[in-house]
Each structure stands twice: as structure tokens, then as C-alpha cells.
Design a binder for this molecule. Structure first.
Ligand code: SF4
Length: 503
């Protein structure tokens, strides 16, 4: 346990995240701990100075005092306090995390902020390296992503994206962090579908009133294809009738054992443009170990069936650092993926959340489900990047989560013309997302300036002028079914209260 003594306790949770970059999943407290990190802040001579000390070492950082707006001042203060602690931790451990001092922010966001402030791409990449100690390799990755997103990142005015959550799976993966009330085994499917149809209908009226049209739809989960075909069809049909005109419809057909010809035919007939068939790994031993009741061969067969039926945009998700897997196992999974040649590949680094069964197993059973070392995880991620980019896939979106193996990242790679608009808009927060179903979180973008300032398309997407409001649905399936009208009302309160400000 680590104790923080700080003059800035308002940043406690962010400081804990910086400590975890170096020490993994440690408990951090303001009251007690075996090791103490002490912070002092001083404002003198026109400078802010933050000094951190621990275990006989001390680091101080200074910068000129800012007289910007209070929100900007808070952001600058937070960055400096975190950066000073980060420098001390580097001195104490000799480690340099790949993403430097970044925690709790999308790395691409910083790159775009720098570009919105007038920097060119190269200059912005250099700024991210210098300011946040991001490794040149990772900053370069951000630059490649920005190039892939050119022309795709900003949605036309008056559009929104749609997310529909289907929270059912046949069995639970050991790393799943949903509770059983949040991921159902199928018994609540019928009332859930009815509730979802009601939410779609209530939101249809809302979008009509706001004068907005759908750009991209995404059905995720759970595993949408785990529910009966007719139920999934009712949901898709209702959503497409309520929100017509989308240029892209993705359905996650996650587990191969939930896919059959009838379901794929229905998705094709309903105009679904993109599906995801997710191996995670092609090792049957690992699949059994992580609680997925299918084999690698089933994934290959489901994928081939989708191709034979004319799906020309198929994604595959794989995971690095799965329990019990070494670099050679991961390389074998990559061999099969490259051989099958899906249109896009999403490479995840396993995040073991505290609420997952795997976290419990690791804590209780020692290292019986051991993960590869930090270096091993980094090697897997580097190998995936090298081999995929060498094979014609390019990185097009990226995000990080807490508790990720080796402090790494999740990256979506796509062949030219196959980048998913929904993924880009959602990750970069450049389009409002109407989210339906249990646990889905609606994110609505507002321009904080006068609506008369909307004349310049690019300025509408200047992040410094955007405010994002969220309307979350309850996560528990039974609660969602019982309270669906209230969920729609939550969205109405956010979206229509200031709909004239929508971007
Ligand atoms: S497929 Fe996803 S949602 Fe379903 S059990 Fe596995 S991790 Fe959880």
C-alpha cells in the first residue's frame, strides 16, 4: 500500500493512476501506507513549482503561472502535479512506460489538441514526446493514426451515431468484468427485446424533433448473435426504420458458436455492412482456459461462411497476453489471422479488471493462470504492429484502459477503405452517440460557443469548444427492462434541452 501526502488532494485519483503505471495494481491511500510519496506546491516568482519526494529521492518541476480560465488552469495544474510525480517514479524505478505520463486521456486527443492550436502533424508528434514523455515509437503510432483518420474523423453536421447493446452471452469469459446481472444467459431475452423496441421508438421521436439523422449504427454486446435470429432481426428492423439512411451498420457476431447461415443471411438481407468474428486466440487450450466454449477451427469456419455469403468487411479481435500464452502462441494466432486476411483486425492487450473471475483466480490461485511478463506483452504488441502493417493493414484508432497488460494499448488496424466510422467517431468523440440498451451510455456533443459561430466546419470540431454530456442507462438487465421509459427520459433531458447547440 502506498500513501500519498499532497497539497493537491483533488488530484488523488489521477496520482494513483500514475503510481500504477510503475507499480501495477497497488492500493493507494491518503491516510496510510508502507511507502510514502510526499508532494509540496509553491507559487512564487511567477512560477508554479511542484516537488515530490520519496525513498531519499526528490524531483521538482516548475512552469510559469497561468491566468487562463479556471478549467484550463485546473488542467494545467493536474498535468504538472502528475508529471512531477512521474519524473520521480522514473528516477526511482529506472522504468519508462511506453505512453509516458499519460493516464485517463485518449492519446490521440492530445495530438489533435496540438494540431488545433496550429501545429503541423510532425510538430504535434514531437510535442507529445516532449511534454508527456511518450516514447517516439508510440508518438509515431499516433501520427500514423491521424493520417488514417484524415477525412473520416469529422462527421457532417446534423448527424449522430447509434449504439445498441445486446448484453447476452452463452458462457462467460474469465476476463469478463460484467456481473451476471449485466450479462444474461438468455432467459431475459424476450422482455429485453421488447424494452429495446420501446426505447428505439421513444428515441425515434426525439431524433425527429432534434432534426438529426443517423450516420453509422453499431450493434454490440455481449454477443448480439447469441440471441435468436428473429429477435435480432426485430431489433435491426426497428432501428433501421426509426433511423434510416446510415452509411454503415456493424454487428458484432463475436463468438463463432453463435453464428449460423440463417443469422448471417438475415444480417446480409438487412443491409449490415460490417461484422466482427472474434477468435481472441486460435489456441484451443487457451480458449478452454478463458471460458470460451468454442475452438479455433470454429472461428475459421464461421469466417469462411461469412466470406462465402458475400460479407466484404469482416473484423477480427485478438488479445495479447492471455493467461498461459507466450509470444510463440500469440505468433501462431497472428499466422492464422494473416492467412485468413480479414478486412480489419483489432489487437487488444488483456485488461484484467478487479470485477473479473480471472482477477479472483489470479489473486486466490497464485500464478496458475499466469500472464507473460511486461516485456513479453510489449513484444506481442510490437509483433502484431510489425506484421499487420507489413501485410497492408494500417492503424486507424487506439484506446487504452486501466489495468492493461504492460501499460500498452488496443489498436484497430484496417485495410484501405475499411476503417469503421463508428469506431473513429466514438473514440475521438467527434460525433454524438445515441446509445440504447442496458449499460449503454449516450454521449452528446455541445458547442460551448454561440450557435452563430457554426459557419466554419472545422471550428465546430475544435475540442476546446466542445462539451460532452452523458446519459447512462442502468447496467442491470432486469432494471433496464423495468425502467426503460426513464432511460429514454434521461436522454431527452440531455439531448433536447439544448438541441439547438447540437454539433
Ligand atoms: S464475450 Fe465479452 S461480454 Fe461476453 S462473456 Fe466474453 S468478455 Fe463478457
Amino acid at each position: 500500500m502506498i500513501r500519498i501526502v499532497t497539497d493537491e488532494p483533488r488530484f488523488f485519483s489521477d496520482l494513483g493512476d500514475v503510481l500504477r503505471l510503475f507499480y501495477g495494481d497497488v492500493t493507494v491511500s491518503l491516510e496510510a501506507g508502507d511507502v510514502v510519496f510526499e508532494h509540496h506546491f509553491a507559487e512564487a516568482g511567477g512560477l508554479w513549482t511542484d516537488t515530490w519526494a520519496s525513498q531519499g529521492k526528490q524531483v521538482a518541476l516548475s512552469r510559469p503561472v497561468s491566468d487562463d480560465a479556471p478549467l484550463v488552469v485546473k488542467r494545467l495544474r493536474k498535468r504538472q502535479v502528475k508529471q512531477a510525480l512521474y519524473e520521480l517514479l522514473k528516477a526511482l524505478t529506472g522504468m519508462r512506460p511506453p505512453w509516458g505520463s499519460l493516464t485517463g486521456i485518449r492519446p490521440t486527443r492530445l495530438l489533435y489538441e496540438a494540431m488545433e492550436a496550429g501545429m503541423g502533424l510532425k510538430e504535434a508528434v514531437a510535442y507529445v514526446i516532449e511534454t508527456f514523455d511518450v516514447s517516439p515509437d508510440r508518438a509515431g503510432l499516433l501520427g500514423e493514426i491521424a493520417q488514417m483518420q484524415e477525412g473520416l474523423r469529422l462527421a457532417p453536421a446534423g448527424c449522430f451515431d447509434l449504439y445498441i447493446g445486446i448484453p447476452f452471452c452463452k458462457t462467460r469469459c474469465s476476463y469478463c468484468s460484467f456481473s451476471s446481472g449485466e450479462i444474461g444467459d438468455g432467459r431475459l431475452v424476450a422482455p429485453y427485446v421488447d424494452a429495446l423496441l420501446r426505447e428505439i421508438e421513444l428515441c425515434r421521436a426525439m431524433m425527429e424533433q432534434a432534426g438529426l439523422r443517423l450516420r453509422a449504427g453499431y450493434v454490440g454486446g455481449g454477443t448480439p448473435t447469441a440471441i435468436p435470429r428473429d429477435d435480432l432481426e426485430r431489433i435491426l428492423a426497428a432501428a433501421q426504420a426509426a433511423f434510416p439512411g446510415a452509411v454503415e451498420w456493424t454487428v458484432e457476431a463475436g463468438r463463432p458458436d453463435t453464428i449460423d447461415e440463417g443469422k448471417l443471411r438475415m444480417l446480409k438481407d438487412r443491409g449490415v455492412t460490417r461484422i466482427s468474428v472474434n477468435p481472441q486466440t486460435f489456441s484451443d487450450d487457451t480458449l478452454a482456459r478463458i471460458g470460451r466454449a468454442h475452438t479455433g477451427q470454429q472461428t475459421v469456419e464461421a469466417y469462411r461462411l461469412a466470406r462465402a455469403m458475400g460479407f466484404d468487411d469482416v473484423n477480427m479481435d485478438i488479445i495479447a497476453a492471455l493467461p498461459g500464452e507466450g509470444v510463440a502462441d500469440f505468433a501462431r494466432t497472428l499466422d492464422v489471422v494473416q492467412d485468413l486476411a480479414p478486412d480489419s483486425v483489432t489487437v487488444h492487450s488483456l485488461a484484467i479488471k478487479r470485477s473479473s473471475r480471472l482477477h479472483e483466480q489470479l489473486a486466490v490461485a497464485g500464478n496458475g493462470y499466469g500472464q507473460v511478463s511486461r516485456d513479453g506483452a510489449a513484444e506481442m504488441i510490437a509483433m502484431a504492429r510489425r506484421r499487420l502493417t507489413g501485410g497492408g493493414w494500417k492503424p486507424y484508432y487506439l484506446y487504452r484502459q486501466k489495468y492493461m497488460a504492460g501499460n500498452l494499448e488496443n489498436v484497430g488496424y484496417a485495410k484501405p477503405g475499411k476503417a469503421c466510422l463508428y469506431n473513429i467517431g466514438n473514440m475521438e468523440e467527434t460525433v454524438s452517440v445515441l446509445a440504447l440498451g442496458a449499460g449503454a451510455i449516450t454521449k452528446w456533443l455541445f458547442d460551448t460557443r454561440e450557435s452563430s459561430a457554426y459557419d466554419d466546419f472545422k471550428s465546430r470540431h475544435d475540442h476546446s469548444a466542445l462539451r460532452i454530456e452523458r446519459a447512462p442507462n442502468v447496467r442491470n438487465i432486469a432494471e433496464y427492462i423495468a425502467r426503460v421509459d426513464e432511460m429514454a427520459q434521461r436522454k431527452r433531458d440531455v439531448i433536447l434541452r439544448k438541441s439547438f447547440e447540437n454539433v
